[in-house]
Design a protein around this ligand. Structure first.
Ligand code: PLP
Length: 394
């Protein structure tokens, strides 16, 4: 495809119109294939960001390209006031992933934040309680409801007073959760692996303890699997490492192979929510559903959880083996990998980019890798070599 705008045209036009909400890197990405993306000047980069955890199957995966183009030519839009074949098919696949005898209930929406919104509203409706407990460093999205559960003060600050009533407790501290889970609490929302908040993983005993406390107190346990789910952390869902089943599970990011989709799933025995208490024009549209069917099917064929567990463990071992003085700790579960640095992450991100590798920060001092789950060992080796060069050059 001919690309007529150069980097200067693109950045000048975007800068003239941008909301200001994003701090941007001076790089215009125009094409992708597999784990590689290309900028407007034709330079190739190894994408260890998956576009913020979205491209679980890499870019331009043939099954997704095929599903989206076929569905676009068949039926793009179909509001939930009507039934639809693709939506029904997707529900079947999701049910098989989540397991159990009871049919899970699903609310389909268009982003991770919307999945959080749905989960919080469902919890309120099903329990008739008003408070939420969330965790420090937790990230659940930036719409007003979801922002209430998100911890970062930089995100929340200007909106205090507009946010729902949420108590934030320290992560992996069961006594603190015990004290916070009063009989006014509708739900506890938690990421079984904190991505945005710095790549921190949950203690299995803590999550099992939360499960028991929630059951005992009539509090719904919401696991936010928007980033950690669908194979990223070496299981279909990161909560599986603790052998528990949450009451509500949220998903987003890679679920539809890059087409916008989010969802909240809840255990069938909790029942349905009253008509008209929630809704979304685009929710459950056949285009996103077809993309999600293709994406989940391809992830299953790839045996994505096992692949992620194996490659992630190898990658983390190689990174630890570098013995870099600039790295305090390497934390990894599957292909969610974080390096806690002694200094700031920004210069490291820039140096990696100069070597053709795109990575993410998670806070100011954590270098985060979220490679596509189709990544090869050879591609990860390139990253290990570059990290070694960049950090020993410090
Ligand atoms: C990205 C993310 C969200 C928000 O998703 P958006 O699609 O950006 O609204 C929510 N929860 C977690 C854990 C995330 O990583």
């Amino acid at each position: 495809m001919e690309n007529t705008l150069n980097l200067q045209d693109i950045t000048a036009t975007e800068d003239a119109h941008t909301s200001g909400a994003y701090s941007k890197r001076p790089l215009a990405l125009v094409r992708g294939e597999g784990c590689t993306v290309w900028d407007a000047d034709g330079n190739a980069y190894l994408d260890m960001t998956s576009g913020q955890g979205v491209a679980l199957l890499g870019h331009a995966h043939p099954a997704i390209v095929q599903a989206v183009s076929t569905q676009a030519a068949t039926l793009i839009t179909c509001a939930e006031a009507f039934y639809n074949d693709r939506r029904a098919e997707l529900y079947g696949i999701l049910q098989a992933l989540l397991g159990g005898e009871e049919p899970w209930r699903f609310f389909l929406c268009n982003s991770g934040a919307e999945a959080t919104e749905a989960a919080l509203k469902v919890a309120r409706l099903l329990t008739n309680r008003t408070r939420i407990v969330a965790t420090m460093r937790g990230f659940h999205g930036r719409t007003l409801g979801a922002l209430g559960a998100t911890f970062n003060k930089d995100y929340r600050g200007p909106f205090e007073g507009w946010l729902p009533p949420v108590t934030h407790v320290p992560y992996n501290d069961l006594a603190a959760a015990d004290a916070a889970l009063t009989d006014e609490v509708a739900a506890l929302i938690i990421e079984p692996a904190q991505g945005e908040g710095g790549v921190h993983f949950i203690d299995a005993d803590y999550l099992r303890g939360l499960r028991d406390l929630c059951t005992e107190r009539g509090v719904l346990l919401i696991c936010d699997e928007v980033q950690s789910g669908l194979g990223r952390c070496g299981r279909w869902f990161a909560f599986e490492h603790a052998g528990i089943v949450p009451d509500i599970v949220t998903m987003g990011k890679g679920i539809a192979g890059g087409v916008p989709m989010g969802l909240a799933a809840w255990r069938g025995e909790l029942g349905t929510i009253p008509a008209a208490t929630h809704g979304s024009t685009f929710g459950g549209n056949p285009l996103s559903c077809a993309a999600a069917i293709a994406s989940l099917t391809a992830l299953r064929e790839l045996d994505a959880p096992a692949r992620s567990a194996e490659l992630g463990a190898w990658f983390a071992d190689q990174l630890r083996g570098l013995n870099l003085p600039a790295v305090r700790e390497v934390r990894a579960q599957g292909l969610m990998v974080g390096l806690e640095l002694r200094g700031r992450v920004t210069p490291i991100l820039q140096a990696l980019q100069a070597r053709g590798i795109l990575a993410l920060p998670a806070g100011k001092t954590v270098l985060r890798f979220l490679p596509p789950l189709i990544v090869t060992q050879a591609e990860l080796q390139r990253v290990v070599d570059a990290v070694g060069e960049v950090m020993s050059a410090e």
